[in-house]
Design a binder for this molecule. Structure first.
Ligand SMILES: [Ca+2]
Ligand SMILES: [Zn+2]
Length: 208
């Protein structure tokens, strides 16, 4: 947005070489911006500002549903990844999570859908008590640490982040937090940092 504004301002009466210089710098700036923030979560902070959380009876046991369509990743593989992601949040919240095959009784649902192609938006999640997590089926998903590389995106890392949204957390600018909205290709970031833990405790209390 600011890039196009600058270009129009500077090119009011430039020489030809100045025009090319501005165009060149604009392309470089655009390319670097796209590279840095190529993989992001699309959840906006607005729905999360009200400190939405799941009500107490739910927080004993929450159920999640995984769609059987929309991706070539085997169902069992996805289940094992999502189960591992939930276990990370269980440690911080004491909330237990169990798989259900009945979508209508699920609190949190995972779907894989065609979104905007590889990179850019990789997933969107909705806060309590919605709980939908929509993953882009066209991302180059990595489903194990051994297959993780510079051209693919760790499904476990994204799952941990999106579950954080489904529990009520909004984005943070802190780079080390799992709730930072940017994902790096080839990166596994699944350890909750101190800020992630303190923020989830604000919603659900300390887990003893
Ligand atoms: Ca995408
Ligand atoms: Zn997000």
């Amino acid at each position: 947005m600011s890039i196009s504004t600058q270009t129009h301002t500077i090119t009011q009466s430039p020489s030809l070489s100045m025009k090319y210089l501005v165009l060149f710098l604009g392309v470089i700036l655009l390319a670097s911006t796209t590279t840095s923030f190529a993989q992001t979560c699309a959840a906006t902070n607005a729905p999360f500002l009200a400190k939405l959380r799941w009500p107490v009876p739910k927080t004993c046991l929450m159920r999640y549903y995984i769609t059987r369509s929309g991706t070539s990743i085997p169902y069992l593989t996805r289940y094992l990844i999502f189960r591992q992601a939930f276990a990370i949040w269980t440690k911080a919240t004491c909330i237990r999570f169990a798989l259900t095959s009945i979508e209508r009784i699920a609190d949190i649902t995972f779907t894989f859908e065609v979104r905007d192609g590889p990179s850019q938006t990789v997933a969107t999640a909705f806060p309590p008590t919605d709980g939908r997590i929509r993953l882009d089926s066209e991302e180059n998903w990595a489903t194990s640490q051994s297959s993780l590389g510079p051209t693919n995106l760790d499904l476990l890392t994204v799952a941990v982040h999106e579950i954080g949204h489904a529990l009520g957390l909004r984005h943070t600018a802190k780079p080390t937090a799992v709730m930072n909205k940017n994902f790096q290709l080839g990166e596994r970031k699944i350890t909750l940092d101190a800020q992630d833990i303190s923020r989830i405790e604000e919603l659900y209390g300390k887990c003893n």
